[in-house]
Unconditional design. Structure first.
Length: 169
C-alpha cells in the first residue's frame, strides 16, 4: 500500500487532535473530490516499517486522541491488508486512542465484506461512510462533506446490529 502523507496534530478529521494517514488509491472518483491527487494507487510512497513507527510515535502524546484513516480509500481491496495491520497494531499499543475511518462504501455494504468484518471493523471506533456527493455538499457538517454521509459509532452498531450514529459527548 502507498500513502500520500501523515498529518500530525490535525483537528479537522475527527474528535480531538489526531494523526491522519492519507492512503493512496480510490476507484470511486467522486465528482469534485477534494483529494483527487490520492486516486492513483501508485501515488505517494510505500507504507513501510519506518512509516508504521512514525505513525505510532505520533500517537504517543496524551493530547493526541487517535488515528484517522482517509485518502484515497482505506477500504479499497488493495489497501485492506495493510489497513488491517495498522488498526490492529495501533489498538494493541494504544487501546484508549480512537480510530476513525473514512470510506465511500455504505456500512451496509461493508457488512458483506468478510475480510473487513473480521480484520478491520473490530478495531474501528468511528466510520464515516458514503461517497462524497457534490450535489449534497454541506459545509456545516462537522466530519462529512455531504449530507448523504453518516458518522457511525461502529462498536455500538456492531453490538446492536443496526446503525448507531455517533454523537459527540
Amino acid at each position: 500500500m502507498n500513502y500520500i502523507k501523515i498529518t500530525k496534530n490535525d483537528i479537522a478529521n475527527g474528535v480531538g487532535i489526531r494523526t491522519v494517514l492519507w492512503v493512496s488509491g480510490c476507484t470511486m472518483r467522486c465528482k469534485e473530490c477534494h483529494n483527487q491527487s490520492t486516486w492513483d494507487f501508485n501515488a505517494g510512497q510505500p507504507f513501510t516499517k519506518d512509516t508504521m513507527n512514525e505513525l505510532l510515535n505520533s500517537l504517543i502524546p496524551d493530547y493526541v486522541a487517535g488515528l484517522t484513516l482517509s485518502g484515497g480509500h482505506p477500504l479499497e481491496k488493495q489497501n485492506q491488508q495493510q489497513i488491517a495491520n495498522i488498526v490492529k497494531t495501533v489498538k494493541a499499543k494504544y487501546p484508549t486512542k480512537t480510530i476513525w475511518l473514512y470510506t465511500g462504501y455504505l456500512y451496509e455494504n461493508i457488512l458483506k465484506m468478510p475480510f473487513v468484518i473480521r480484520n478491520i471493523l473490530p478495531y474501528i471506533d468511528i466510520l464515516v461512510d458514503g461517497k462524497y456527493d457534490c450535489t449534497k455538499r454541506d459545509i456545516t457538517l462537522a466530519w462529512c462533506g455531504s449530507s448523504n454521509q453518516r458518522v457511525i459509532d461502529i462498536q455500538k452498531s456492531l453490538k446492536e446490529n443496526k446503525v448507531i450514529l455517533f454523537k459527540e459527548e
